[in-house]
Design a protein around this ligand. Structure first.
Ligand SMILES: CC(C)(COP(=O)(O)OP(=O)(O)OC[C@H]1O[C@@H](n2cnc3c(N)ncnc32)[C@H](O)[C@@H]1OP(=O)(O)O)[C@@H](O)C(=O)NCCC(=O)NCCS
Length: 208
């Protein structure tokens, strides 16, 4: 990443971590674009609304933690994309990865894993062999995927969750922080706990 001209879409909390990663790796980060922010972050200008004509030969990373918003913003981004990968990560040479991915401090990715586009592999996440991670997934800090796990588009695997070998997680599903996932999870489902299951909402229970 040394010397590559990069701009970030997003200026919030996730962008802060991604920018830190990029600056540590010697990238030339020119600006952040996010209508909600102005001023500067770590000495890099926050320029507000995205400008598709700004430094057209620079590469973009959409550094937005929310998967649905990240997908929407990638759809209107006209620059080409690149990846942000911290040098403290351990990534097998037999891993395939798309574009726009963020592989943050201390993450490990084992052999034959396939990763799509705009995926967040957050701090100290561990992905074992032969996993398939679709586009716009977010694997939160210290999530652990055992071997052969499949994660569908836009799913969130919460902080510290563990997904057992061979499990499939559906598109846009949410795995709660600290969950242990022992069975397949359907599209759009929200599961928590050990073993992971639907949220037992006390308000719903008391109204029955
Ligand atoms: C699972 C999750 C999405 C639920 O969020 P929510 O829909 O706003 O749910 P609420 O906070 O209203 O909680 C609903 C119930 O589920 C319980 N609950 C929420 N998250 C839980 C979790 N991770 N494990 C166990 N129980 C959980 C709450 O205690 C509450 O129980 P109650 O109804 O008996 O009081 C969220 O709590 C979560 O774990 N998100 C992942 C966060 C994360 O790792 N982000 C990464 C940032 S980098």
């Amino acid at each position: 990443m040394k010397g590559i001209k990069i701009i970030l879409q997003g200026g919030g909390e996730h962008a802060k971590v991604v920018l830190d990663c990029l600056l540590d790796e010697g990238a030339n980060v020119l600006a952040l674009f996010d209508p909600k922010f102005s001023g500067e972050l770590f000495g890099v200008e926050q320029r507000g609304q995205y400008d598709p004509l700004f430094e057209p030969d620079s590469k973009v990373i959409v550094a937005i933690g929310d998967n649905a918003i990240r997908k929407k913003v990638t759809g209107v981004t006209q620059h080409s994309f690149t990846n942000a990968i911290h040098s403290s990560t351990v990534i097998s040479s037999r891993v395939s990865m798309g574009v726009g991915c963020m592989v943050l401090h201390g993450a490990i990715i084992q052999a034959n894993t396939v990763i799509g586009d705009h995926v967040i592999i957050n701090t100290a996440t561990s992905i074992d062999h032969d996993c398939e991670i679709d586009n716009y997934v977010h694997l939160a800090p210290r999530a652990v995927l055992c071997g052969r796990v499949k994660v569908g588009e836009g799913a969130l695997v919460g902080a510290g969750a563990v997904v057992l070998p061979g499990i499939s997680i559906g598109a846009w599903a949410t795995i709660g922080a600290g969950a242990v996932v022992t069975k397949n999870v359907g599209d759009g489902a929200v599961v928590v706990g050990n073993p992971a299951g639907p949220i037992q909402n006390s308000k719903l229970k008391s109204s029955r």
